[in-house]
Design a binder for this molecule. Structure first.
Ligand SMILES: [Zn+2]
Length: 292
């Protein structure tokens, strides 16, 4: 049975007791693969091709206003996936993203697992963003990619702010999956299958049987630094900043903060180099990470 419980929020409850799983697409409105996967799941359940047998599945189109605009947020620099702070349920705020985060957080506090589907604004291979511990691997082992980016020190924003970090704080298991480059819609079917494997493994659906577990076969990276834009400005060194997981060596010049060189202090990778439309003083232009 499917119930609409909010704008872009569907609740599908099975007849037996089981875990509550939340699947998100469109937390950033221009990241279409996740939106298509959520719509496909909704369609297969509505049409009876797939039945939720136990537990509860929430399907959520994260940011309807941004989806409508086909932009990251409902306005420039608005970012729903930075609004899931610990106290989000206590906030009273008129800002659209913060109101939406509160509405969604009410679901996440009672959920066991959440899977938030994203895409990167510069080219990247698919990767998982979440803690790389045993309980997270139980869920993410079904995703078809060879790397995990963990951020146990909250380098991203200094504190838990994303859907996966929020549910982790609540004792659940949060996974963010970067499905690849935002302009690449070729992975909808494979990501849909990956999510279905998780749902089957959790007992929500009974077929198809999960397959393709990639347990223990991934490279784990950790975020190490956040490079913010300052009044001095920033530019990349030649050939740098084209996409996530671009490798660098200790001593390489990555870019320039004003006239000062940004020199790598260790071997690592560039993560989430922002497209220039998203640059804002005081906000990150890129992150650095390294393999652990
Ligand atoms: Zn995103």
């Amino acid at each position: 049975m499917i119930e609409i419980v909010g704008e872009g929020i569907w609740k599908c409850a099975g007849s037996k007791i089981g875990p509550t799983v939340v699947v998100f697409g469109g937390t950033h409105g221009n990241e279409l693969t996740g939106i298509e996967v959520v719509k496909k799941l909704l369609h297969t359940i509505e049409s009876g091709q797939q039945m939720i047998e136990s537990g509860v599945l929430y399907l959520i189109l994260g940011n309807p206003r941004a989806i409508e605009r086909n932009t990251r947020g409902s306005e420039d620099h608005a970012d729903l996936n930075r609004c899931f702070k610990k106290d989000v349920l206590l906030q009273s705020d008129e800002l659209y993203e913060r109101k939406r985060a509160k509405e969604i957080a009410k679901i996440l506090v009672n959920a066991d697992v959440s899977i938030d589907l994203h895409a990167t604004n510069k080219p990247s291979v698919p990767f998982l963003c979440c803690l790389a511990d045993e309980k997270h691997e139980q869920i993410y082992r079904w995703f078809d990619c060879d790397r995990v980016l963990a951020d146990p020190r909250y380098i991203l924003a200094g504190e838990p702010v994303t859907t996966d970090e929020f549910i982790d704080v609540q004792g659940g298991i949060g996974i963010c999956y970067e499905t690849g480059f935002v302009g690449d819609l070729t992975r909808v079917d494979s990501v849909y299958e990956n999510v279905l494997n998780v749902l089957c493994d959790q007992g929500l659906v009974t077929s198809p049987l999960p397959r393709g577990s990639m347990r223990g076969s991934r490279h784990v990276f950790e975020l190490t630094e956040r490079i913010n834009l300052t009044e001095a400005g920033f530019r990349y060194a030649d050939g740098r900043g084209k996409g996530s997981f671009e490798e660098f060596k200790k001593g390489d010049v990555l870019g320039y903060v004003g006239e000062e060189s940004l020199i790598a202090e260790y071997d690592g990778v560039i993560i989430f180099p922002k497209v220039s439309e998203h640059w804002k003083i005081g906000q990150p232009v890129l992150y650095l990470g390294k393999i652990i």
